[in-house]
Design a protein around this ligand. Structure first.
Ligand SMILES: NC(=O)c1ccc[n+]([C@@H]2O[C@H](COP(=O)([O-])OP(=O)(O)OC[C@H]3O[C@@H](n4cnc5c(N)ncnc54)[C@H](O)[C@@H]3O)[C@@H](O)[C@H]2O)c1
Ligand SMILES: [Zn+2]
Length: 259
Protein backbone atom coordinates (compact mmCIF):
# COMPACT_ATOMS: atom_id res chain seq x y z
CA UNK A 1 0.00 0.00 0.00
CA UNK A 2 1.54 3.35 -1.00
CA UNK A 3 0.67 5.23 2.16
CA UNK A 4 3.44 7.65 3.05
CA UNK A 5 1.05 9.81 5.08
CA UNK A 6 -0.23 7.06 7.40
CA UNK A 7 2.19 8.08 10.15
CA UNK A 8 1.30 11.77 9.76
CA UNK A 9 -2.42 11.02 10.13
CA UNK A 10 -1.81 8.72 13.11
CA UNK A 11 0.07 11.55 14.78
CA UNK A 12 -2.92 13.86 14.22
CA UNK A 13 -5.27 11.25 15.67
CA UNK A 14 -3.09 11.06 18.75
CA UNK A 15 -3.15 14.84 19.25
CA UNK A 16 -6.52 16.08 17.94
CA UNK A 17 -8.75 17.24 20.81
CA UNK A 18 -11.83 16.92 18.59
CA UNK A 19 -11.93 14.01 16.15
CA UNK A 20 -14.88 13.27 13.86
CA UNK A 21 -15.32 10.32 11.52
CA UNK A 22 -17.96 10.24 8.79
CA UNK A 23 -18.66 6.74 7.51
CA UNK A 24 -20.44 5.28 4.51
CA UNK A 25 -21.31 1.90 3.07
CA UNK A 26 -17.63 1.05 2.36
CA UNK A 27 -16.97 0.65 6.09
CA UNK A 28 -19.50 -2.20 6.17
CA UNK A 29 -18.32 -3.82 2.91
CA UNK A 30 -15.93 -6.16 4.76
CA UNK A 31 -18.87 -7.28 6.91
CA UNK A 32 -20.60 -8.48 3.75
CA UNK A 33 -23.14 -5.63 3.48
CA UNK A 34 -23.31 -4.64 -0.20
CA UNK A 35 -22.59 -0.99 -1.07
CA UNK A 36 -24.96 0.85 -3.41
CA UNK A 37 -22.35 1.50 -6.06
CA UNK A 38 -20.74 -1.94 -6.02
CA UNK A 39 -21.73 -4.83 -8.30
CA UNK A 40 -23.67 -6.56 -5.53
CA UNK A 41 -25.56 -3.37 -4.73
CA UNK A 42 -28.12 -4.08 -7.41
CA UNK A 43 -31.29 -5.95 -6.55
CA UNK A 44 -33.11 -7.51 -9.49
CA UNK A 45 -32.78 -4.89 -12.23
CA UNK A 46 -33.40 -1.86 -10.00
CA UNK A 47 -31.11 0.97 -9.03
CA UNK A 48 -31.39 2.03 -5.35
CA UNK A 49 -32.40 5.55 -6.43
CA UNK A 50 -35.47 4.08 -8.14
CA UNK A 51 -36.67 2.27 -5.00
CA UNK A 52 -35.59 4.49 -2.11
CA UNK A 53 -38.06 7.30 -2.72
CA UNK A 54 -41.60 8.14 -1.74
CA UNK A 55 -43.01 7.97 -5.28
CA UNK A 56 -41.82 4.35 -5.66
CA UNK A 57 -43.36 3.54 -2.27
CA UNK A 58 -46.69 5.14 -3.18
CA UNK A 59 -46.71 3.35 -6.53
CA UNK A 60 -45.67 -0.09 -5.31
CA UNK A 61 -45.14 -0.52 -1.55
CA UNK A 62 -44.78 -4.29 -1.92
CA UNK A 63 -41.88 -3.93 -4.35
CA UNK A 64 -40.11 -1.40 -2.11
CA UNK A 65 -40.67 -3.61 0.95
CA UNK A 66 -39.37 -6.68 -0.90
CA UNK A 67 -36.15 -4.78 -1.51
CA UNK A 68 -35.89 -3.78 2.15
CA UNK A 69 -36.71 -7.34 3.24
CA UNK A 70 -33.81 -8.54 1.05
CA UNK A 71 -31.47 -5.95 2.55
CA UNK A 72 -32.57 -6.80 6.11
CA UNK A 73 -32.02 -10.49 5.40
CA UNK A 74 -28.53 -9.89 3.94
CA UNK A 75 -27.56 -7.62 6.85
CA UNK A 76 -29.02 -9.66 9.73
CA UNK A 77 -26.21 -12.21 9.64
CA UNK A 78 -23.41 -9.64 9.15
CA UNK A 79 -21.07 -8.85 12.03
CA UNK A 80 -19.19 -5.60 12.72
CA UNK A 81 -15.67 -5.74 11.24
CA UNK A 82 -12.38 -4.35 12.58
CA UNK A 83 -13.15 -0.91 11.11
CA UNK A 84 -16.31 -0.70 13.26
CA UNK A 85 -14.35 -1.97 16.25
CA UNK A 86 -11.62 0.65 15.93
CA UNK A 87 -14.20 3.44 15.64
CA UNK A 88 -16.10 2.09 18.64
CA UNK A 89 -12.86 2.26 20.65
CA UNK A 90 -12.05 5.79 19.49
CA UNK A 91 -15.60 6.87 20.31
CA UNK A 92 -14.95 6.22 24.01
CA UNK A 93 -12.49 9.06 23.98
CA UNK A 94 -13.55 12.60 24.87
CA UNK A 95 -14.12 14.84 21.83
CA UNK A 96 -14.69 12.00 19.36
CA UNK A 97 -17.90 11.78 17.31
CA UNK A 98 -18.97 9.29 14.65
CA UNK A 99 -21.47 10.32 11.97
CA UNK A 100 -22.75 7.60 9.66
CA UNK A 101 -24.80 7.34 6.50
CA UNK A 102 -25.15 3.62 7.09
CA UNK A 103 -28.49 2.12 7.99
CA UNK A 104 -27.19 -1.30 9.06
CA UNK A 105 -26.63 -0.38 12.75
CA UNK A 106 -23.25 -2.19 12.78
CA UNK A 107 -21.70 0.84 14.52
CA UNK A 108 -24.24 0.42 17.32
CA UNK A 109 -23.57 -3.31 17.54
CA UNK A 110 -19.84 -2.58 17.82
CA UNK A 111 -20.60 -0.31 20.81
CA UNK A 112 -20.00 3.12 19.26
CA UNK A 113 -20.82 6.11 21.44
CA UNK A 114 -21.74 9.63 20.29
CA UNK A 115 -23.13 8.22 17.06
CA UNK A 116 -25.31 10.22 14.67
CA UNK A 117 -27.22 8.13 12.14
CA UNK A 118 -28.00 10.56 9.35
CA UNK A 119 -30.11 8.23 7.22
CA UNK A 120 -32.02 6.20 9.80
CA UNK A 121 -32.00 2.43 10.22
CA UNK A 122 -33.06 -0.71 8.37
CA UNK A 123 -34.31 -1.99 11.71
CA UNK A 124 -36.67 0.87 12.48
CA UNK A 125 -40.10 1.43 10.95
CA UNK A 126 -42.59 4.22 11.09
CA UNK A 127 -46.21 4.76 10.16
CA UNK A 128 -46.48 5.89 6.55
CA UNK A 129 -49.86 7.58 6.94
CA UNK A 130 -48.38 11.09 6.94
CA UNK A 131 -46.32 10.36 3.83
CA UNK A 132 -49.25 8.77 2.05
CA UNK A 133 -51.41 11.77 2.69
CA UNK A 134 -48.73 14.09 1.39
CA UNK A 135 -47.72 15.57 4.75
CA UNK A 136 -44.09 15.87 5.78
CA UNK A 137 -42.47 14.03 8.66
CA UNK A 138 -43.54 16.65 11.17
CA UNK A 139 -47.01 16.27 9.70
CA UNK A 140 -49.04 19.25 8.60
CA UNK A 141 -52.00 16.90 8.97
CA UNK A 142 -52.39 16.90 12.75
CA UNK A 143 -54.52 13.79 12.69
CA UNK A 144 -51.80 11.70 11.06
CA UNK A 145 -50.20 8.92 13.07
CA UNK A 146 -46.55 9.54 14.00
CA UNK A 147 -45.83 6.12 15.44
CA UNK A 148 -42.33 4.67 15.00
CA UNK A 149 -40.89 1.44 16.36
CA UNK A 150 -38.04 -1.06 16.11
CA UNK A 151 -38.62 -4.41 14.41
CA UNK A 152 -35.68 -6.78 13.95
CA UNK A 153 -37.69 -9.76 12.77
CA UNK A 154 -36.29 -11.56 9.72
CA UNK A 155 -38.29 -12.42 7.76
CA UNK A 156 -41.01 -9.89 8.48
CA UNK A 157 -44.28 -11.73 9.08
CA UNK A 158 -46.15 -9.50 6.65
CA UNK A 159 -45.12 -7.62 3.50
CA UNK A 160 -45.84 -4.76 3.47
CA UNK A 161 -45.84 -4.39 7.28
CA UNK A 162 -48.51 -2.27 8.91
CA UNK A 163 -48.57 0.26 11.73
CA UNK A 164 -49.60 -1.55 14.95
CA UNK A 165 -51.32 1.62 16.17
CA UNK A 166 -53.52 2.64 13.23
CA UNK A 167 -53.27 -0.19 10.69
CA UNK A 168 -51.87 2.04 7.89
CA UNK A 169 -48.87 0.94 5.85
CA UNK A 170 -45.51 1.12 7.55
CA UNK A 171 -42.36 2.38 5.86
CA UNK A 172 -38.69 1.97 6.73
CA UNK A 173 -37.62 4.80 9.05
CA UNK A 174 -34.97 5.74 6.51
CA UNK A 175 -34.32 9.05 4.81
CA UNK A 176 -35.13 8.47 1.17
CA UNK A 177 -33.82 10.36 -1.85
CA UNK A 178 -35.55 13.74 -1.98
CA UNK A 179 -36.40 13.77 1.75
CA UNK A 180 -34.93 16.03 4.38
CA UNK A 181 -32.81 14.77 7.22
CA UNK A 182 -33.97 15.04 10.82
CA UNK A 183 -33.15 18.45 12.15
CA UNK A 184 -31.51 17.12 15.31
CA UNK A 185 -29.22 14.83 13.28
CA UNK A 186 -28.17 17.66 10.97
CA UNK A 187 -27.45 19.78 14.04
CA UNK A 188 -25.36 17.06 15.64
CA UNK A 189 -23.45 16.37 12.41
CA UNK A 190 -22.79 20.07 11.81
CA UNK A 191 -21.52 20.45 15.36
CA UNK A 192 -19.30 17.39 14.88
CA UNK A 193 -17.85 18.90 11.68
CA UNK A 194 -16.40 21.69 13.83
CA UNK A 195 -13.42 19.62 14.83
CA UNK A 196 -9.64 19.43 14.57
CA UNK A 197 -9.44 16.26 12.50
CA UNK A 198 -12.17 15.06 10.15
CA UNK A 199 -11.91 11.60 8.59
CA UNK A 200 -14.30 10.44 5.90
CA UNK A 201 -14.25 6.66 5.41
CA UNK A 202 -15.98 4.42 2.86
CA UNK A 203 -18.29 6.93 1.30
CA UNK A 204 -18.63 7.84 -2.37
CA UNK A 205 -19.20 11.43 -1.20
CA UNK A 206 -22.04 11.83 -3.69
CA UNK A 207 -25.03 12.02 -1.37
CA UNK A 208 -25.65 15.44 0.15
CA UNK A 209 -25.79 16.91 2.72
CA UNK A 210 -23.48 14.24 4.23
CA UNK A 211 -20.91 14.87 1.51
CA UNK A 212 -20.86 18.58 2.40
CA UNK A 213 -19.62 17.90 5.93
CA UNK A 214 -16.02 17.57 4.82
CA UNK A 215 -16.23 21.08 3.33
CA UNK A 216 -17.72 22.40 6.56
CA UNK A 217 -14.91 20.76 8.50
CA UNK A 218 -12.35 22.43 6.22
CA UNK A 219 -13.97 25.80 6.68
CA UNK A 220 -13.81 25.26 10.43
CA UNK A 221 -10.07 24.67 10.12
CA UNK A 222 -9.98 20.89 10.49
CA UNK A 223 -7.33 18.70 8.92
CA UNK A 224 -9.26 16.42 6.55
CA UNK A 225 -8.57 12.80 5.58
CA UNK A 226 -10.26 10.40 3.19
CA UNK A 227 -10.09 6.61 3.50
CA UNK A 228 -11.34 4.90 0.34
CA UNK A 229 -9.77 2.51 -2.19
CA UNK A 230 -11.34 4.58 -5.00
CA UNK A 231 -11.06 8.28 -5.80
CA UNK A 232 -14.17 10.35 -5.02
CA UNK A 233 -15.20 13.99 -5.55
CA UNK A 234 -13.60 14.93 -2.22
CA UNK A 235 -10.24 13.23 -2.93
CA UNK A 236 -8.85 16.44 -4.43
CA UNK A 237 -10.18 18.52 -1.53
CA UNK A 238 -8.88 16.70 1.55
CA UNK A 239 -5.43 17.15 3.08
CA UNK A 240 -4.61 13.42 3.08
CA UNK A 241 -5.92 10.57 0.96
CA UNK A 242 -5.37 7.10 2.40
CA UNK A 243 -6.24 4.96 -0.62
CA UNK A 244 -7.18 1.60 0.77
CA UNK A 245 -9.94 -0.37 2.50
CA UNK A 246 -11.22 0.93 5.84
CA UNK A 247 -10.75 -2.47 7.47
CA UNK A 248 -7.00 -2.22 6.79
CA UNK A 249 -6.35 1.51 7.17
CA UNK A 250 -8.27 2.10 10.41
CA UNK A 251 -6.55 -0.70 12.40
CA UNK A 252 -3.18 0.49 11.03
CA UNK A 253 -3.94 4.05 12.17
CA UNK A 254 -5.15 2.78 15.52
CA UNK A 255 -1.94 0.84 16.10
CA UNK A 256 0.32 3.72 15.01
CA UNK A 257 -1.60 6.29 17.04
CA UNK A 258 -1.12 4.24 20.19
CA UNK A 259 2.59 3.58 19.72
N1 LIG B 1 -24.22 -0.55 5.00
C1 LIG B 1 -25.25 0.30 4.81
O1 LIG B 1 -25.93 0.70 5.75
C2 LIG B 1 -25.53 0.80 3.41
C3 LIG B 1 -25.28 -0.02 2.32
C4 LIG B 1 -25.55 0.48 1.04
C5 LIG B 1 -26.05 1.76 0.89
N2 LIG B 1 -26.29 2.54 1.96
C6 LIG B 1 -26.80 3.90 1.71
O2 LIG B 1 -26.04 4.46 0.59
C7 LIG B 1 -26.08 5.86 0.62
C8 LIG B 1 -24.76 6.62 0.31
O3 LIG B 1 -23.85 5.93 -0.10
P1 LIG B 1 -22.40 5.74 0.58
O4 LIG B 1 -21.50 6.84 0.15
O5 LIG B 1 -22.52 5.40 2.00
O6 LIG B 1 -22.06 4.41 -0.19
P2 LIG B 1 -21.85 4.13 -1.73
O7 LIG B 1 -22.35 2.75 -1.98
O8 LIG B 1 -22.29 5.23 -2.59
O9 LIG B 1 -20.26 4.13 -1.83
C9 LIG B 1 -19.47 3.23 -1.14
C10 LIG B 1 -18.05 3.75 -1.15
O10 LIG B 1 -17.27 2.87 -0.37
C11 LIG B 1 -16.05 2.63 -1.02
N3 LIG B 1 -15.57 1.35 -0.53
C12 LIG B 1 -15.86 0.10 -0.99
N4 LIG B 1 -15.25 -0.82 -0.24
C13 LIG B 1 -14.56 -0.15 0.73
C14 LIG B 1 -13.75 -0.54 1.83
N5 LIG B 1 -13.51 -1.84 2.07
N6 LIG B 1 -13.22 0.41 2.61
C15 LIG B 1 -13.45 1.74 2.36
N7 LIG B 1 -14.21 2.17 1.34
C16 LIG B 1 -14.76 1.23 0.53
C17 LIG B 1 -16.35 2.69 -2.49
O11 LIG B 1 -15.19 3.01 -3.24
C18 LIG B 1 -17.40 3.80 -2.54
O12 LIG B 1 -16.78 5.06 -2.71
C19 LIG B 1 -26.43 6.20 2.02
O13 LIG B 1 -27.63 6.88 1.98
C20 LIG B 1 -26.60 4.89 2.79
O14 LIG B 1 -27.72 4.99 3.63
C21 LIG B 1 -26.04 2.09 3.23
ZN1 LIG C 1 -50.03 4.58 12.38
Amino acid sequence: MPLPNLEAVAEKIRRAPRLTILTGAGVSAASGVPTFRGEQGLWRQFRPEDLANIEAFRRDPVLVWEWYAWRRERTATCQPNVAHEVLARWSQRKGCAVVTQNVDDLHIRAGTRHLTRLHGSLWELRCASAARHGAGRAGSNRASCEHSWRDERVPLPEIPPRCPRCGELARPDIVWFGETLRQEDVKAATAAARCDLFITAGTSALVHPAAGLVHEARRAGAVTVEINPEATPVSSVVDHVLAGPAEEILPALDLLSRS
